[in-house]
Structure formats: C-alpha cells, structure tokens
Design a protein around this ligand. Structure first.
Ligand code: IMP
Length: 179
C-alpha cells in the first residue's frame, strides 16, 4: 500500500489486534475491579484503540480525551505540546492513559508528570504498541499489547503525515530493495 511517497505492507491483522485488545481489557478489568478509573486516550493516534478497548472494559469508568503532539513525518520532533483538553477533575482519581504507541516515551513521561502535578491518586498506562527506544529507556508501561523494534507503523489510528489512520489493520514501512 502506498501512502504519499512511502510503501507499507500489512503487519498485524485486524483479528489479531482485536484479540490483543480484549486481553488488555481483561487485565484492566481484573486490576480495577473495585475502582472507577478515568481513561485518558491521547489523541489523535489512540482513537481506534481506545474505542475498541473501552467496549471491553467492564468496570465503571470515565473517559476524557486529551491531545498532545510530538511527531512530524516518521520521526519524533522531541518537542511536546502540553496536555490539552482534560475536562474531568483528575484530582484523587485512578488514571489510565491510553496510548497507541510509545516510541521515545517522551509523550508519556510528560503526561505522567502533569497528571501527578494535578494530584491523581494513581497513574498507569496502556499502550497497544511499544517500540525499542522506550524499552531501552525503561519507560514504565503497565499494559503493553505488542513489542516492536523501530519500524514505522501506520493504520488502526496511526498516521503518516495525517494519512492512513482509517485502516483496520496495522501496516509497517516496507523495506527498500537494495540498490
Ligand atoms: P513518543 O513521544 O516518541 O513516545 O511518541 C509517541 C507518539 O508518536 C505516539 O502517540 C504516536 O502518535 C507517534 N508515533 C510514534 N511512532 C509512530 C509510528 O510508528 N507511526 C505513527 N505514529 C507514531
């Protein structure tokens, strides 16, 4: 599949994604069975994952979407705009951040820092995908779907320069043929 100037190939199918999402939700259901967590999906990338995950969450919960941005093209800019849009009071709440992918971990670290400052009772994160740099930096994510190397991925909410979020499967950048 071609998106702008790049070629992508299918990587994780929609059924495999669904199965993983259900398993993540089941773990959350067990761990939060006596609590009423607030889910904070980070837009834009996590909208599809969050929607599927929340359909499988059976504990009482609140949901508040927030937005940050640190990516340009296929790499992190290293600059993170601050967290905007959390309209629920997060003081004394059990927060579960919902991320599509943790790459450098910059986004997650910044959000966790902000939430602690707002007086959250606990802050955990669930991510569908985690890349190698985050593992190397030992970024703490309680619930992880799939571990990746450093490949750039697209689909299931994730984009390349704004395109490709609508695909139900996950794609990765196809390797270039040797010159
Ligand atoms: P981090 O701050 O470097 O961990 O990057 C996190 C954000 O960058 C994610 O929420 C995504 O929106 C975006 N991102 C990271 N890797 C990819 C990718 O492979 N494809 C699309 N977006 C990505």
């Amino acid at each position: 599949m071609k998106v702008q100037d790049l070629d992508f190939k299918k990587f994780i199918s929609a059924p495999a994604l669904s199965e993983k999402v259900r398993a993540l939700a089941q773990k959350i259901n067990q761990d939060y069975k006596d609590k009423t967590p607030v889910f904070l999906p980070i837009l834009n990338g996590s909208f599809m994952f969050a929607s599927d995950l929340l359909k499988e969450v059976k504990v009482p919960c609140r949901v508040s979407f927030v937005k940050t941005s640190s990516y340009s093209g296929t790499s992190s800019t290293g600059q993170l705009k601050t967290l905007i849009g959390h309209d629920e009071s997060l003081f004394n709440q059990h927060i579960i951040i919902v991320e599509d992918i943790v790459d450098t971990g910059l986004t997650l670290e910044k959000i966790i820092e902000e939430l602690r400052g707002l007086g959250a009772k606990s802050v955990e994160a669930v991510t569908l995908l985690r890349k190698k740099p985050a593992r190397e930096k030992k970024i703490d994510v309680k619930y992880v779907g799939f571990e990746l190397d450093e490949e750039f991925v697209l689909g299931y909410g994730l984009d390349y320069d704004g395109l490709g979020r609508n695909h139900k499967d996950l794609y990765k950048l196809a390797e270039k043929a040797p010159a």
